[in-house]
Design a protein. Structure first.
Length: 300
């Protein structure tokens, strides 16, 4: 048994010029989460803080700096799960929330598990979460990319969309001093997505899962494929059959590719405080630390 924390900053084809920002962004997020665990904080608090750090970092497709949809708006999805109680909270299609992971946490703590769009934002207002103008979530780099997409749309109707540019969905899994496991995932979804499109990230079992008796996982990548194999739950269940986190992650990604031709990545921490990850995209930004390690490892 030991504390552990692992984050991802998306799986895909991350361009060379973005590598350093992804490496440093995931390292910083892991550092913030790890400090909370070291001070005796909960896995839920560590996951929330690490994901907030990446939502606030425009390097990632979550929170500020997310991809824009076809209408030129940012629309955000997030989820969180508490492995102690199996309480879960998720939001989708929110357009006026700076940190959707905070809202997902509030939903987790409520009688609901999943709120969308206007109703989710009304719930946010009732829970003293400030609603912001959508323009504040849009960065000049994403507006420029959107203009290019408008000229040459990346999504082919009627055909399977195979992503070519990196997804920067973010996620975190943590195990705290008491052995509690938590996981969270947050995303702006796919580039130039159809308004209303929702991927795996807010879906409990697909984009996120946590169970103290096994471990937790957060997925990233092509949401339509990840959803169909319920990737995070699939990986966490593999821990129950004796797999290490690394083996469970590899088996899950192999299944994703074999069964639905999917692409993506996954991070896992098990209840013993071990971490693992796997991906079948060119890159996946990740950072991790477990008890006994001198420092955080951040890799792409
Ligand atoms: N994995 C993020 C998405 O497909 O929306």
């Amino acid at each position: 048994m030991g504390m552990a924390l692992i984050v991802h900053g998306g799986a895909g084809k991350i361009e060379e010029r973005h590598l350093e920002a992804h490496r440093e962004g995931t390292r910083r997020a892991a550092q913030i989460g790890w400090q909370i665990l070291q001070r005796g904080g909960s896995a839920l608090d560590a996951v929330e803080a690490a994901v907030i750090a990446m939502e606030d970092d425009p390097a990632f497709d979550a929170g500020i700096g997310s991809f824009l949809d076809r209408e030129g708006k940012v629309s955000l999805d997030a989820s969180m799960m508490d492995g102690r109680t199996l309480d879960a909270g998720a939001v989708a299609g929110v357009e006026h929330i700076k940190n959707p992971i905070v809202l997902a946490r509030r939903v987790l703590e409520s009688e609901h598990t999943f709120l969308i769009g206007r109703g989710a934002e009304e719930f946010a207002r009732e829970h003293n979460i400030t609603l912001i103008d959508n323009a504040l979530l849009r960065t000049p780099e994403q507006i420029e990319l959107w203009e290019k997409c408008r000229a040459q749309p990346p999504i082919r109707e009627g055909a399977r969309y195979v992503p070519v540019q990196g997804f920067g969905t973010v996620g975190c899994v943590a195990v705290d001093r008491d052995g509690n496991v938590a996981a969270g995932t947050s995303t702006g979804g796919t580039k130039f997505k159809r308004p209303g499109r929702v991927g795996d990230s807010p879906l409990i079992g697909a984009g996120v899962y946590a169970d103290n008796t096994r471990g937790g996982a957060s997925s990233t990548g092509w949401g339509e494929s990840i959803t169909r194999v319920v990737l995070a739950k699939h990986a966490v269940d593999a821990l129950a059959s004796g797999c290490t986190p690394r083996e469970a992650a590899c088996a899950a990604i192999e299944y994703l590719a074999r069964r639905v031709g999917g692409t993506g990545g996954i991070i896992i921490a098990d209840a013993r405080g071990r971490v693992g990850f796997a991906y079948n995209t060119p890159r996946m930004a990740r950072a991790y630390i477990i008890e006994g390690m001198a420092d955080i490892v951040a890799e792409i």
